[in-house]
Design a protein around this ligand. Sequence first.
Ligand code: PLP
Length: 415
Amino acid sequence: MSAERKPVLDLDVSAARKDFPALHQEVHGKPLVYLDNAATTQKPTAVIDAIDRFYRLDCSNVHRGVHELSERATKAFEEARTSVKRFINARTEREIVFVRGTTEAINLVANSYGRSHLKAGDEILISALEHHSNIVPWQLLSDQVGTRLVAAPINDDAELMLEEFERRLGPNTALVAVAHVSNALGTVMPVQEIVRMAHDRNVPVLIDGAQAVSHLRVDVRELGCDFYAFSGHKVFGPTGIGILYGREDLLDRMPPYQGGGDMIRSVTFEKTTYNELPYKFEAGTPHIAGAIGLGAALDYLSRLGIDHVTDYERGLLAYGTELLESIRGLRLIGTAREKAAVLSFVLEGIHPHDVGTVLDRLGIAVRTGHHCAQPVMARFGVPATTRASLAFYNTKAELDALADGIRQVQQWFKL
Ligand code: PLP
């Protein structure tokens, strides 16, 4: 993290909460306590207004028309790309590909890079705490190409065992693909170390940043990663839009992922030549309003100050951890030293779905289930957890409400 960080108190949470209309409502007659931010985040008015403006005034297709509306739409769309570039400190807009989300970004790399650069017997090294979208695309590739998926283990605190990871970085490792932050348990992975170890062996690294961008400063140049994927909707932007960052020289050497309009330079029945980066990877009409909304979300977060967000959430996580640890019969799963604001837990004798249902009646939104990370649930011997995942707009009072709610769940089940 950068040395010039400002102090914690600069984040005015009650002012920031006013920017999020959805937070100010009652659910089942109780004030909403929204603690399901790892699934999706709420949207600030800056984002809602940007999308509203596009559809009310500027609605047109991009890169095609000479008329005023098309020019406005193209300008807003490309300015959004610049916002993304700035936010993750990429070198150029050519490295920023608009996709549907993290899932599509990883599938793009698996299909394009994987099929053109990997061969039978090559290994893809992941960690034991990946989301299904950083497992299944590699398994599909294995079926098609004959590559092999290798998972490095985690310890009882859900931290990556770095020596074990390094041991699996062998002569056959052709790609490393790891989460920056675990969605199910909150572990912040040692991505800098991972990149260093992999690059020492000339192995490229893809980072799944779906759960990182809303909590931590992400600087792809400092990380040195080759690919970085994230979803707009998890960083206060719209659904259906996301980003694949790829190093320009790598993207240049990769074939297109999908064919269609906008990704070509010229087409004849005999031969097609492809457009330049990043358009080579953006076939068809993109999610224009989504991209504009995502740009607005990242600009909003930048104005707030991502370092302030990180600091504030660290305090919130420490407070919530202490509160939950004081509840009899509650077991926290995921106790890594480096953790983002995720509280995943099981309650003795009560199924997580029952916990979630009772909490919902109290106005508290949490997620229950395997969180699309079944292997990590298996690692901890549980089929599911209840997960409270926080954002910078959550408060200690909301965590108090969660702890009270959990005690009510226990009373309800007379435990
Ligand atoms: N990777 C991680 C770590 C996630 O948490 C998620 C979503 O929960 C994804 C990937 C997939 O994101 P999306 O469904 O937005 O494509």
